[in-house]
Ligand binder design. Structure first.
Ligand SMILES: NC(=O)c1ccc[n+]([C@@H]2O[C@H](COP(=O)([O-])OP(=O)(O)OC[C@H]3O[C@@H](n4cnc5c(N)ncnc54)[C@H](O)[C@@H]3O)[C@@H](O)[C@H]2O)c1
Length: 335
């Protein structure tokens, strides 16, 4: 197997066994000449620097050092980065793009658990489960047969902000249910929205019409504070905001004030700041379901991200094009 490309792991080494459990590592080492005992955390360490001089492929993940101008200069043979995690924006620098590196990412794999979390949240929120549970906990009794008028997933209007990788997957997962799905995304036209099974609307119409608003746009200069005080005020009484995207997209103070007022509810996986200060009311409000940025890959889900990059390495070995190649030309509007 002399012709396997020389490759180097670059990440926080703690993640390696979860990303690449034994069977995946065997597949990876069958197509790449890579040493799982030598994981680069800093490219200026003597061992990593020596390895870099021979490296053709970097297999990176969370905690990877930046592939900056110095790393690029130190790696004359490097042509491909396989990133077994989501965004490549932090570690792939302009110098790496200028070299023309092929960069592939497991963002599609990381989208799977976020979309699953969102689907579960939307269905439970639509059924009124979050507030019914809180009522039950407070009263310790219930009246069998009592009909809760605001509850149910028949004909609910769901507003998806962003036909991103995750947004598209959420839309697909919602398809079997009796829901009406609105989409707001400046990069999608009506025909594409219709093909996805959604109706394209402006963001203001979406927030004012949807029973459940789910945020899936990337954190960009243009999306900072997208869900501001005005848009929160425009949401319907009893509406639910689901945010698994980034805290920066929502005005935290305005959201906190609105949730304290009790008119809206929220499922919140991401916040700004992160974590919230311990005195934040969002920890204790009964109409808030707050989780610690866990919608993305956790536990066994890391090996899905590993698998996607093992498959990419196998494509590389057999001369096929990469399936998850990042396009630097549209990176500005991506997560
Ligand atoms: N909670 C978690 O653990 C977790 C994990 C992964 C990703 N995320 C977040 O989820 C979000 C989606 O990630 P992704 O990888 O699917 O994104 P992505 O890179 O696929 O999103 C890019 C797309 O978003 C859409 N978009 C861009 N600007 C928009 C705007 N102003 N309004 C509406 N839509 C817009 C466009 O269709 C664009 O092509 C990001 O904010 C990301 O950081 C969270």
């Amino acid at each position: 197997m002399a012709d396997r490309p020389r490759a180097l792991f670059a990440m926080n080494p703690e993640h390696l066994p979860r990303l690449f459990p034994e069977p995946l590592l065997r597949r990876l080492t069958a197509v790449l000449d890579i040493d799982p005992g030598a994981v680069a955390e800093h490219f200026d360490e003597p061992r990593a620097a020596a390895a870099l001089a021979e490296t053709e492929v970097i297999v990176s993940s969370w905690g990877a050092p930046r592939i900056d101008a110095a790393a690029i200069e130190a790696a004359p043979l490097l042509h491909t980065v396989l990133h077994a995690a989501g965004s490549v924006k932090w570690h792939i620098t302009p110098a790496a793009w200028e070299r023309g590196l092929a960069v592939s990412s497991s963002a599609e794999a990381n989208a799977v658990p976020v979309a699953e979390y969102t689907l579960a949240s939307i269905l439970l929120a639509g059924k009124g489960i979050f507030h019914l549970r809180e009522d039950f906990k407070a009263k310790r009794s219930f009246t069998l047969g009592l009909v809760h008028p605001q509850v149910g997933n028949f004909g609910r209007v769901i507003g998806i902000i962003g036909a991103s990788k995750i947004g598209r997957r959420v839309i697909e997962l919602l398809r079997p249910f009796d829901l009406d799905i609105l989409l707001a995304d400046p990069f999608v036209d009506e025909a594409e929205a219709a093909a996805l099974g959604t109706r394209l609307v402006g963001l203001d119409e979406l927030v004012a019409t949807a029973d459940i608003v789910s945020v899936h746009a990337p954190d960009l200069r243009e999306t900072a504070g997208l869900i501001d005080a005005g848009r929160l005020a425009a949401m319907k009484d009893g509406a639910v905001l689901v945010n698994t995207a980034r805290g920066n997209l929502v005005d935290t103070d305005a959201l906190t004030a609105e949730l304290q007022g009790g008119r809206l509810s929220a499922v919140i996986d991401v916040t700004t700041p992160e974590p919230l200060p311990s005195e934040s009311p969002l920890f204790d409000l009964p109409n808030v379901f707050l989780t610690p940025h866990v919608a993305g890959s956790q536990g066994n889900e890391l090996s899905r991200m590993g698998l996607y990059m093992v498959e990419e390495a196998e494509r590389l070995a057999s001369g096929e094009p990469l399936a998850h190649r990042v396009d630097p030309a549209i990176l500005w509007r991506q997560a």
